[in-house]
Write a protein that binds this ligand. Structure first.
Ligand code: TMP
Length: 265
């Protein structure tokens, strides 16, 4: 099969591999690929809170595309191949390591609550935490001891994941700072990518305002999913602001993605 001419698979005949809270994975056009579809669903507190926010999926698809492309360019390996349309991207199929890797630069959210630190306090250094991906258990925090004892990842893989997390954090901190945004914390996921008999760990899933805390550097305004978690409103406006600052969306582009887009020649 010619890899440069992807087979067109009508939406209705695509095989759905997995449906999560905010995304769906479909079988891809070539072996070893998948299509990642971004939904408009917003959930929090292990889906106890749920809403459909029109346009969120389109914004996350674009923002995550942009960030993964930048990471690919600097040699941080990711699962991202290319964006296909307003809601979908082509990705490499990986074996997901069942961990949410959280990197924190500033105290906020569960860390602020757990340790009684005021939100907004700069941490003495970046802190990496691991959470076991399990909806049933509500993603409990785990240590390297749990990860290796239960075989979720080997000590070498944990080292690789931590090295990736630090590179991603350093790069994203600088990138966001350049557009007046403080990267307070973020969550990333990693997967094992098999190429013949070789395996390497790559950044997977998404990096978007759904999975980061992004504060305006001057006003500390929240430009992320805390707007939904904390009932602050204005989520689409905030995500659009992030996209515009990154130069992804032009002033008058609308995020809905339901109609045709005028291509200006
Ligand atoms: P936390 O402070 O609630 O533990 O969240 C830390 C970071 O991880 C924050 O940027 C939001 C992100 N996150 C997710 O992406 N998914 C989740 O399920 C949770 C709880 C947090």
């Amino acid at each position: 099969m010619d890899i440069n001419k992807p087979r067109y698979i009508p939406m209705s005949r695509r095989r759905r591999i997995y449906e999560g809270k905010a995304k769906i994975l479909y079988e891809g056009p070539e072996p070893g690929t998948l299509i990642q579809h971004f939904k408009d669903d917003a959930t929090a507190f292990n889906a106890k809170k749920h809403e459909v926010i029109e346009g969120k999926g389109v914004l996350n698809n674009r923002i995550s595309e942009y960030l993964f492309q930048r990471l690919n360019e600097i040699g941080v390996p990711t699962h991202f191949i290319r964006r296909l349309n307003m809601r979908e991207q082509l990705i490499r199929e990986v074996e997901i390591i069942p961990l949410e890797v959280v990197v924190r630069n500033v105290a906020a959210g569960s860390l602020a609550t757990r340790l009684g630190i005021d939100e907004g306090t700069q941490l003495p250094r970046s802190i990496i935490e691991f959470y076991y991906k399990s909806d049933k258990l509500g993603d409990p925090m785990v240590s390297e001891e749990h990860i290796t004892a239960f075989g979720w990842a080997t000590p070498q893989e944990i080292d690789d994941v931590m090295a990736l997390a630090i590179r991603v954090n350093d790069f994203l901190c600088g990138l966001f700072l350049g557009v007046g945004i403080r990267l307070v914390d973020f969550k990333m996921e990693c997967g094992r990518l098999w190429e013949n008999d070789m395996m390497r760990i790559v950044v997977s899933d998404e990096i978007s305002p759904d999975s980061c805390r992004l504060w305006d550097i001057k006003s500390n305004d929240k430009l992320d999913k805390d707007r939904f978690r904390r009932d602050l409103g204005g989520l689409i406006e905030a995500y659009t602001d992030v996209a515009r600052r990154l130069g992804i969306m032009s002033e008058n582009e609308r995020p809905q993605g339901t109609g045709p887009v005028l291509v200006k020649g």
